[in-house]
Design a protein around this ligand. Structure first.
Ligand SMILES: Nc1ncnc2c1ncn2[C@@H]1O[C@H](COP(=O)(O)OP(=O)(O)OP(=O)(O)O)[C@@H](O)[C@H]1O
Ligand SMILES: Nc1ccn([C@@H]2O[C@H](COP(=O)(O)O)[C@@H](O)[C@H]2O)c(=O)n1
Ligand SMILES: [Mg+2]
Length: 213
């Protein structure tokens, strides 16, 4: 059985949808990592505006599942309330669907992979590795302050859940960050200062890839 990218590039997924042309361009995948409130989503908006990526936020896709009252919705809601990680199969399928529907070949995958299990599952199902991994490195105190001020009505933006999310980040997400560091794919951003100051650290990373082609 072909993985997602093999079927996209051979045109099988498109033909099934009634679209004839296969995807012509090699995918360019960026994983966007960092603790809760480190500014991933905020910087992704700027990257999309400047470099024309498609933004896929794993958290947003999961929240959309809850809102649509899908079969997994209740399980996802409970998991997010607890600050835990949703089974990889569920999250990767949501990302897969968005990638297949997109006309873009440049993807910013925000808040994923959160665990080694997420990472391996993506490699197996999607069949590609990231080109770039961004890590927004932010002090815990600042992350807590930002999340508590976010005011978007998220069920996990309260002190109790934030503490759990920080523990999960340390225990399960840092190993993923270390993995990509060892592979030479990690770009660490000092995620303090104004949004614009932080973006000035991000910009040259993608600018360098633009000139390479
Ligand atoms: N540089 C910054 N300085 C101060 N506040 C910021 C900065 N960047 C983002 N924020 C604010 O901090 C909050 C969290 O930012 P954002 O939602 O981008 O974080 P995130 O990493 O996506 O978090 P989560 O993992 O919880 O989704 C938002 O209210 C955002 O407006
Ligand atoms: N790969 C992921 C990403 C997110 N979750 C769950 O969603 C919560 C919110 O995610 P944000 O990226 O918007 O902060 C997160 O705390 C997890 O509960 C997940 O399970 N797997
Ligand atoms: Mg976010």
């Amino acid at each position: 059985r072909l993985n997602t990218w093999e079927s996209l590039t051979t045109g099988i997924a498109q033909q099934a949808k009634g679209v004839i042309a296969p995807k012509e361009k090699t995918p360019f995948i960026t994983f966007v990592l960092g603790g809760p409130g480190s500014g991933k989503g905020t910087q992704c908006i700027k990257i999309v505006e400047t470099f024309g990526f498609a933004h896929l936020s794993a958290g947003d896709l999961l929240r959309r599942e809850i809102a649509s009252k899908s079969a997994d919705g209740a399980m996802i809601l409970n998991t997010i309330k607890e600050g835990k990680i949703v089974p990889s199969q569920v999250t990767v399928k949501l990302i897969q669907k968005e990638m297949e529907l997109s006309d873009n070949h440049k993807f910013l995958i925000d808040g994923f992979p959160r665990t080694e299990e997420n990472r391996v599952s993506f490699e197996q199902i999607i069949g590609v590795e990231p080109n770039v991994v961004l890590f927004f490195d932010c002090p815990e105190e600042e992350m807590v302050k930002r999340v508590l001020n976010r005011n978007e009505g998220r069920v996990d933006d309260n002190l109790e859940t934030i503490k759990k999310r920080l523990t999960v980040f340390q225990a399960l997400s840092l190993p993923v960050i270390n993995y990509y560091s060892e592979k030479g794919k990690l770009y660490t951003i000092k995620a303090i200062g104004t949004e614009d100051e932080i973006f000035e650290q991000v910009r040259p990373i993608f600018a360098a890839f633009e000139t390479v082609g």
